[in-house]
Design a protein around this ligand. Structure first.
Ligand SMILES: C[S@@+](CC[C@H](N)C(=O)[O-])C[C@H]1O[C@@H](n2cnc3c(N)ncnc32)[C@H](O)[C@@H]1O
Length: 331
């Protein structure tokens, strides 16, 4: 039985024992350390964490700076790659050892690597439309000389791949963690303008990471098409995810043509339409974002220095069906 949320609230934890930074990142000095002593609660069926680690994860702001590690030199060719250690934190909270994580927009494998480096490794399966990024992931694994376990990464449009019920049975995945395209491709109007480009750029890679594939969400015709495609992906994820388990999306909002778009909130509405319940978010502050003098000295234009990491739950069923075998790896 999945514990009820009420029953799993560790109300009497001693939160005063702030301790040094965890090895995986820079500690922000607030709240208890992930390395504080403690034991896993006997009724905790969600993860392998101690009470202090559980509570520390639930803070709604992330200020951790993650080291460039795990094949970063190769992975950084993908301008939207995510730190595997960030993904590991989410995987360690939302799964137990050996459970299965799905990433339908896997890129160069931030989630897959996160599953491999989790304290007790998890299995993961990724889908990525651009063969170039799948190849980069393979190169990262090969370069790790055995340090990183290879996880299956399927090449294709996740909307087609996830329809394969033989490979992805209903309720066969324990957690979905993904970082989709954040919109259709937006022209780089401001940050690429001559007055900012030379002195204020911090783009480390080519901004345009689109593939040529028509199914690439970044190639759709409009933001409305993008939201519809996201809803379709979310419906497919809902089918393959076990009842009572979680899905996490990383989304960046946009400022375009003089208007700010709350993409994370609009995608959350689509997740609700697909059956999920919105549970909460982490606002991830991306330290090191170069600030550009947009609008100065005439009008307010934001420098977007954060992303929203929003978590949803597939409601638990009273009589959850028997566990199905995990998705099959490619031959
Ligand atoms: C924001 S990036 C993900 C980066 C990833 N988290 C990482 O660490 O590398 C989104 C990815 O989705 C891929 N993508 C876009 N449309 C897709 C689709 N229909 N099916 C599968 N992948 C898609 C893009 O090629 C891109 O690599």
């Amino acid at each position: 039985m999945f514990p009820t949320e009420k029953a799993s609230q560790p109300a009497l934890l001693d939160l005063s024992k702030a301790a040094p930074a965890p090895a995986s990142g820079k500690h922000d000095g607030q709240g208890p350390s992930r390395e504080a002593p403690g034991e896993k609660h006997p009724r905790n069926q969600l993860n392998e964490l101690t009470g202090q680690e559980w509570v520390y994860f639930t803070r709604s702001v992330l200020t951790t700076t993650y080291a460039s590690a795990y094949g970063h030199q190769l992975r950084k060719a993908h301008g939207a790659n995510k730190p595997p250690e960030l993904m590991k934190e989410f995987i360690e909270f939302f799964t137990r050892a050996d459970e299965v994580v799905l990433d339908p927009f896997a890129g160069v494998g931030g989630t897959l690597i996160g599953a491999s480096i989790a304290a007790a490794p998890r299995r993961a399966i990724g889908i990525e439309i651009n063969p170039r990024w799948a190849e980069t992931y393979r190169e990262v694994i090969a370069a790790s000389a055995g340090e990183l376990t290879a996880q299956p990464l399927l090449v294709g449009d996740c909307r087609e791949v996830l329809r394969d019920r033989e490979r992805f049975a209903d309720e066969s995945v324990d957690y979905v963690l993904t970082d989709p395209p954040y919109n259709v491709h937006l022209p780089q109007t401001m940050s690429n303008a001559p007055r900012y480009r030379e002195r204020h750029t911090n783009r480390r890679t080519d901004y345009n990471m689109r593939s040529e594939a028509a199914g690439d969400l970044a190639n759709l015709g409009s933001y409305a098409d993008y939201l519809s495609a996201m809803q379709e992906v979310l419906r497919l994820c809902y089918r393959v995810l076990r009842s009572g388990r979680y899905l996490t999306l990383i989304i960046r909002n946009a400022y375009q043509d003089g208007r700010y778009t709350f993409t994370h909130a609009e995608v959350a509405q689509r997740a609700e339409a697909a059956g999920f319940v919105t549970k909460g978010e982490h606002v991830w502050y991306q330290a090191g974002t170069r600030l550009r003098p947009y609008g100065y000295p005439f009008s307010y234009v934001p420098n977007i220095a954060h992303q929203h990491i929003v978590t949803f739950r597939k409601p638990p069923r009273r009589n959850s069906p028997r566990r199905r075998p995990p998705p099959t790896a490619p031959a």
